[in-house]
Ligand binder design. Structure first.
Ligand code: ADP
Length: 236
């Protein structure tokens, strides 16, 4: 069972793609503490994105238990699981997954359209989602006064990545998931991004799982795990 200080606990979780004869994921135990910054490194194709999809309830395990903030995700109906994801997770995708026909500000405020909970966390600070989005843009280094109204397709990769981070952080979800969010940036931009992200995590108190093949970013995380050490990847 999840302890009150934990936000994620996996117990004997196995997952197999239907087309494959071995488990892509076979993890005896993995947990994340509230507010913890966990870095998981592993080569491309080792199963990191599959693991993140199990943690966020996009994929269901064949065996085992995924507990998020003390609740077993897979005891919930799919629609409830989707709502749970919107309320408690901020996800920074590898390709950012910004909505191309929406402006920067519309992309960032999107989670508040799906989550009353995230909206109300902003309201208690007597702000609107737009005001908080603008604060996040500034804090993440997007200081151009016109940026909020621009279309996301006009932005550089580094700018898009910061918009994706602002969207994930809006309304302080308990858990931030980052799937190789720096893969298309140069070394200085990667480090700059992680520094700004950490400043915001400090403020929101969110935990983060950051997965990457690139260990150069691991230094400032609370804990660093090798994907091969947590996943047994056993043949069936
Ligand atoms: P990583 O994120 O570490 O690059 P992935 O989780 O994307 O790794 O992939 C792990 C393994 O699962 C790979 O062998 C990949 O081919 C397989 N895989 C990923 N997505 C699918 C899918 N939709 N159907 C079948 N196999 C998949």
């Amino acid at each position: 069972m999840t302890m009150p200080s934990e936000c994620i606990r996996l117990t004997d979780v196995a997952f197999q793609w239907p087309s494959n004869s071995e488990y892509a994921i076979d993890i005896p135990a993995l947990c994340l503490q509230k507010g913890e910054k966990l870095f998981i490194h592993g080569p491309s194709g080792s199963g990191k994105s599959t693991l993140l999809n199990l943690i966020t309830g996009v994929l269901s395990p064949n065996k085992g238990k995924v507990e998020i903030l003390g609740e077993n995700l897979f005891e919930k109906k799919p629609a409830t699981r989707d709502q749970y994801r919107a309320d408690h997770f901020g996800i920074i995708f590898q390709q950012f997954n910004l909505i191309p026909y929406l402006s920067v500000i519309e992309n960032i405020t999107l989670p508040c359209s799906f989550s009353v909970r995230r909206n109300s966390r902003i309201e208690v600070e007597k702000k609107s989602p737009e005001q908080e989005s603008n604060r996040l843009l500034q804090s993440l280094g997007l200081t151009d006064p016109d940026i909020a109204s621009r279309n996301v397709t006009e932005l550089s990769t580094g700018q898009q990545q910061r918009v994706a981070a602002a969207r994930a952080l809006l309304g302080s979800p308990e858990i931030i998931i980052a799937d190789e969010p720096t893969s298309s940036l140069d070394a200085d931009a990667k480090l700059g991004f992680v520094t700004l992200l950490f400043q915001e995590l400090q403020k929101s108190g969110s935990a983060i799982i950051f997965v990457s093949h690139d260990r150069s970013l691991a230094a400032d995380f609370d804990r660093v795990l090798s994907f091969e050490d947590i996943n047994r990847n056993r043949r069936i």
